[in-house]
Design a binder for this molecule. Sequence first.
Ligand code: FAD
Length: 318
Amino acid sequence: MAEVLVYVDHVDGAVRKPTLELLTLARRIGDPVAVHLGPGAEDAAKTLGEYGAVKVLAADAPEFADYLVVPKVDALQAAYDAVSPAAVLVPSSADGKEIAARLAVRIGSGLITDAVDLEAGDEGPVATQSVFAAGYTTKSRITRGTPVVTVKPNSAAPEAASAAGTVEQLDVSFGELAQGTRVTSRNAREATGRPELTEAAIVVSGGRGVNGAENFHVIEELADSLGAAVGASRAAVDAGWYPHSNQVGQTGKSVSPQLYVAAGISGAIQHRAGMQTSKTIVAINKDSEAPIFELVDYGVVGDLFQVLPQLTEQVKAR
Ligand code: FAD
């Protein structure tokens, strides 16, 4: 069976969920070969094998320590040269998309970004994308070179499948470009203890209806009771009530959780663009005519300051 390279997103060997989803999708096309860069490959290999990686190509070097993409592209290209895969799958994170794009240019292949599903096809993998502010769903395949595809988090439920997950060392020589950038400073955000917005299974978002930064605690309390991430509409972000890193939508982040709760958000097309592929959508809005109600699975017409605390209480009571 053809091999499919899967780029591993991990924190010191703790494999992140989007990679397990990629392994699940990769198995529809061929045998997943995981590419693990940085420390912790032996720890990661156990998990990667449990989700179907037949092999783990591992490399560790100081160049991988910072958030620089070019050394990682050098390594992924080395894996590509070693395996001649049928496809290369990369998580659709900010750096994942850059890594995939740079690899595609280097190997002369087409690139599909932000796929929400992937199937085997007679002429190569077929990717599903949600496009034009989630107004259309398209299916496409790459017609030139080895398909390079980035896949959005929460696109598939990770399915376990026992495989060897044997670690093999990957020889990487860094090109001149890898030496061309260095990190000069870092500003770490305060840890919230909440899941990363794009990876969370549940997202609770607040909009202009929250009416002030001092009221966002009602959103956070519901989110914390559900183990959810917190999102915000652009109106809330532009007003300075919540950080831009939490903005959902066309000019914010794109999320596709199992459950998306929109409170005090009207449902403008630009907001929908970032959340319309969520599996179940719940809205709380005091205006029964708000456009958000056109796409919800469950809607509550009411004041979020009355509804959310009750909801939080109910969730906590379970
Ligand atoms: P509003 O549209 O003002 O809606 C507030 C809602 O809250 C109303 O429906 C109201 O009925 C309800 N409400 C008020 N009080 C309560 C209450 N007490 N209880 C319950 N409900 C209440 N927007 C994004 O979100 N993300 C983007 O990435 C984005 N990108 C954009 C890019 C471009 C190029 C442009 C032009 C716009 C973009 N926008 C984006 C802005 C978008 O068009 C809307 O202006 C924005 O989404 C509105 O945010 P909102 O729903 O919070 O506010």
